[in-house]
Structure formats: structure tokens, C-alpha cells
Ligand binder design. Structure first.
Ligand code: 5CU
Length: 376
């Protein structure tokens, strides 16, 4: 597909695939509407104005922050397949691999109802993909509060034709992290079922002193958590996972990391060095940490040519794949003033362009790598 864009990057590229694109299925939106705590959906700010939308408040502490307590407007783009396809057409995207947006189900109790919620969400995602089976594929979601139930859900996901793996947060089971030894059988089941884990942050890391205002009295909103907390959360969770030795136990486990792996391509050398100087950890691994990190897959949602280049120098560029993060980061402003193309998408395309990678490498990142890896 080619389109009229200031960037020339989408010319002669073959299929363009978006591997980082989210949905909130209707049953999940309903679950969030019924909650009294974050994550939750709040009613429209002005109930008398038909144009006023419900608001999604999901990040920890977001409800206490003066700039973000009103959340994000819940637009059609959150759950409507027609809207997803329209967005894809507007941006020259041929195929999307959709996944439930954060947070996943780790805030729910360990009950049968939670396992059923995961099952229903996966069925709903499959039904969405069935509306355009050539263009929509997906990652499923697990009831991670219970490992046996998650293993069963991995097997169910294998029977859903559009699904290629699972999206997973960094908290693991009951907040014990991904290096929790209890997760090993789940990772084994995911690898045995030839699925990939799309690892995505949600919780961020402590950044603010608790105040929504900086020392000059300026409001910070959640930009710091999204810009820095998310990538650091991924960096820490994946490093812990590597140091747990999971990839020696389950060598075929495949991971795709959101936001180009946080800071991992940049910090891999330092991680190797620190581990090499710590005999107890170094001796527990068959290889240096970067060896395992190079086996992983990375999205190209980094908005910067330097970030793309660092990732492409660190891993085989065949391990890098384009994404948009739709429906997050819509163009700011009211609907009438909004441009058709999203800055968040174009900045990632331009980053790829400016990285001056050769044509075959770009073509791979834009779609062919995902088609090969996920059998699209
Ligand atoms: O804008 C946001 O809050 C987010 C989010 O929550 N998750 C995500 O993947 N991107 C942006």
C-alpha cells in the first residue's frame, strides 16, 4: 500500500504491519465502568453534552494527579473494528496484530470469574479479527493471577485462528515479577505452543515525589511515567528475567519487547559488564545477558532515529518490527481540528527514514519481519 505522506518511507515497502496496536473490547470496558478504583472508566465530564465522552483512568496514581485525574476520552477507536481499519487505511497499514491495552487482568482476584473474563476477552478479540481476517491478527491475554488457569488459556489461544501469542505485563503473578520460578511452567507452555510474548509496561517506576507539580509549580501530568517510567519498567523486568536463567531452561521462549526494549539496546553492555563482575550471577548463566537480549524481538515504537539505530546495531534488524500504539497518542486538539494522520505514527515512520537503513532493512521492519515471525 502507498499513500500520500510527507515521508517517502512507505513507497515500495511490501506489506506494512503494525504489531503494537491495542483494543479495549466491550466486555473489558464494561468491567472498567463497574469499578470504583483505578483502573476504571469514569462517566462523561458533562453528562448533558452528547459529545462528552467517558474517560479512562488506568495508570497507578493517575486519579490523584490534577492534570490526569480526568483520564483519556474513550473514543470509538478504543473498541470499534471499523475505526481500527479506518486508522490503518489512513496510515497505509495493511495488517494489524491487535492486543488488549493495559492494564491486563492482574488487578483482578484469583477466581473462576477472572479466568472466564480472560476467556471471554480472547473470544471477543477473535471475533473482531474475524471481521477482517486478512488484515487483523492478535495477541491474547492471560489470567496471570493463576498460573494453571493461564496455562489452560495458552492452550485455548492456540485454537483461536487469529492469535499468535499473548500480551503480558511485567508484574507476573501477584506482583512477584516475571522472574518468579512459579512462572517457568507457563513460559514452557507458551514456548511449546509456539506463541510469542509481547511484553508491555503498565506500572512505571517511582519518579515523582508524590506531587503532581514540579518545583516551579508546573504540572507534569503522566508524561514522565509514559516517557521514562514505561521504558525503565521494561528494562528492569526483562533484565531480571534474563538473570533468572529462564532462557537456559526454556531456550525457545520468544519475547517481543515494547518501545524497542526500553533502554536495553543502550544498556546491554553495562548489564554484561556488571554481571561479569559478579561471579554468583555470571556463573548461573550459560551466556552473557546480551546474548539472550539479542535473541528477543523489539518493536520500533521509539520515535527517534537514534533509538532505531541503536536497536538495529544491537540486534539483527530482522528482529525489529513497526508499531503505532493506536489508540493511544491521538493528535491533540478537538475532533474538527484534528489532522487525518497521527503525529505519533509519522514520527516513528520518519525515525525509520532518518535512520538511513538500507531499503531491505526498512522493508523488513515495516512488515516483512512480522509476517515471517508471526506467519501472517
Ligand atoms: O497514554 C497512555 O496512557 C498510554 C498507555 O496507557 N499505554 C500505552 O501503551 N500507551 C500510552
Amino acid at each position: 500500500m502507498t499513500l500520500n505522506t510527507p515521508s517517502t518511507i512507505l513507497k515500495d515497502t511490501g506489506r506494512v504491519v503494525d504489531i503494537h496496536t491495542h483494543v479495549y473490547v466491550p466486555s473489558y470496558l464494561q468491567l472498567l465502568r463497574e469499578r470504583l478504583q483505578v483502573p476504571r472508566i469514569l462517566p462523561p465530564l458533562d453528562p448533558d453534552d452528547e459529545a462528552s465522552l467517558e474517560r479512562l483512568v488506568i495508570l497507578p496514581g493517575e486519579d490523584n494527579d490534577v492534570t490526569t485525574a480526568n483520564g483519556r476520552p474513550v473514543t470509538n477507536g478504543f473498541s470499534d473494528v471499523g475505526e481500527k481499519l479506518r486508522f490503518m487505511d489512513q496510515h497505509g497499514i495493511d495488517i494489524s496484530v491487535i492486543s488488549l491495552a493495559n492494564p491486563w487482568l492482574d488487578f483482578l482476584p484469583d477466581t473462576e470469574a477472572t479466568y472466564t473474563t480472560a476467556r471471554n476477552i480472547n473470544c471477543e478479540i477473535q471475533l473482531m479479527c474475524d471481521q477482517s481476517p486478512e488484515r487483523l491478527y492478535s495477541f491474547g491475554v492471560l489470567p496471570l493471577v493463576n498460573i494453571q488457569a493461564s496455562i489452560k488459556e495458552v492452550e485455548n489461544i492456540s485454537r483461536l485462528g487469529s492469535m499468535r501469542g499473548v500480551i503480558m505485563g511485567t508484574h507476573g503473578c501477584e506482583g512477584r515479577g516475571l522472574d518468579d520460578p512459579a512462572l517457568v511452567p507457563l513460559f514452557q507452555a507458551i514456548a511449546d505452543n509456539n506463541q510469542i510474548i509481547f511484553l508491555h509496561p503498565h506500572y512505571g517506576i517511582p519518579i515523582n515525589s508524590g506531587s503532581a507539580l514540579d518545583t516551579s509549580g508546573n504540572e507534569k501530568g503522566h508524561a514522565l511515567q509514559l516517557a521514562l517510567g514505561f521504558p525503565m519498567e521494561t528494562t528492569i523486568a526483562v533484565t531480571r528475567l534474563v538473570l533468572s536463567g529462564i532462557f537456559d531452561k526454556v531456550p525457545h521462549l520468544k519475547l517481543m519487547l515494547a518501545h524497542s526494549g526500553g533502554t536495553l539496546p543502550f544498556l546491554a553492555g553495562r548489564i554484561d559488564s556488571c554481571v561479569a563482575h559478579d561471579g554468583t550471577i555470571a556463573d548461573s548463566l550459560q551466556h552473557p545477558p546480551s546474548w539472550y537480549l539479542k535473541k528477543m524481538y523489539y518493536d520500533a515504537v521509539i520515535y527517534h532515529d537514534v533509538g532505531i539505530l541503536a536497536t538495529a546495531r544491537f540486534v539483527d534488524p530482522k528482529h525489529i518490527m513497526f508499531g503505532t500504539d493506536h489508540p493511544f497518542f491521538p493528535p491533540p486538539g478537538d475532533d474538527t481540528a484534528k489532522p487525518k494522520r497521527w503525529l505519533s505514527v509519522d514520527s516513528n515512520l520518519e525515525a525509520l527514514d532518518h535512520a538511513a537503513l538500507d531499503h531491505e532493512t526498512k522493508r523488513g521492519i515495516l512488515g516483512e519481519n512480522a509476517c515471517r515471525l508471526l506467519n501472517l
